[in-house]
Design a protein around this ligand. Structure first.
Ligand code: COA
Length: 168
């Protein structure tokens, strides 16, 4: 049984991530979507919130062979523990490649997990979670970038903050 892990901060999950998830789910018997921690980032949503948002967004597109999981530690450790043979990584633009190659090499050194790269949909190569957060912070409509549940979560998160005063 082929088992793969597509991991990210998903802070929040975007339609770009969902496109990769949908395509990857057709390549493997089981796809784990790992809501992970990037120690270099200060996350807007905590891991529980990101898990819930990701689960709800994936439920909306109705794919069966997916489990959304929380991974607070190293991805390779999780893969070894749950017998996952593949990492799925999305590539948007050429600058992603160098970073991804570094991650690929480190993960290969740490564990016996192969990496499969999927090119992002050409219409979504400009998407990122931080761009979505910024737009939401200033009240922009995001239908084409995120699902309804994510948009609501962003609105709730920012509803109490005085975003307009941050412009300066
Ligand atoms: N569509 C839209 N956005 C995309 C995308 C796509 N197809 N692919 C990537 N992105 C965005 C992400 O949203 C993220 O945006 P942001 O920087 O604005 O938050 C950015 O591109 C980078 O994505 P990624 O490289 O996946 O970073 P991440 O923070 O989402 O996830 C982890 C990084 C969690 C996978 C990584 O830190 C990790 O592996 N953590 C666990 C510890 C570990 O095992 N480390 C490895 C050994 S050093």
């Amino acid at each position: 049984m082929s088992r793969a892990l597509y991991a990210g901060s998903f802070d929040p999950i975007t339609r770009g991530h969902l496109n990769i998830i949908e395509r990857a789910s057709k390549l493997f018997d089981k796809l784990f979507v790992g809501v992970a921690v990037n120690p270099d980032k200060k996350h807007l949503f905590n891991i529980r919130e990101r898990h819930q948002m990701t689960t709800d967004a994936i439920r909306d597109i109705g794919i069966e062979n997916i489990d959304v999981v929380e991974i607070p530690g190293l991805l390779v450790d999780y893969c070894n523990q749950y017998d996952i043979q593949y990492f799925v990584r999305g590539l948007r633009v050429s600058t992603d490649f160098e970073y991804e190659m570094q991650m690929f090499k480190i993960n290969r050194d740490l564990g016996n997990v192969e990496t499969i790269f999927l090119p992002a949909d050409p219409n979504q190569t400009h998407l990122s979670s931080s761009a979505v957060r910024q737009l939401a912070k200033f009240g922009h409509c995001l239908d084409t970038y995120v699902t309804k549940n994510v948009y609501s979560a962003l609105q709730n998160k920012y509803s109490n903050s005085d975003s307009k005063s941050v412009i300066a």
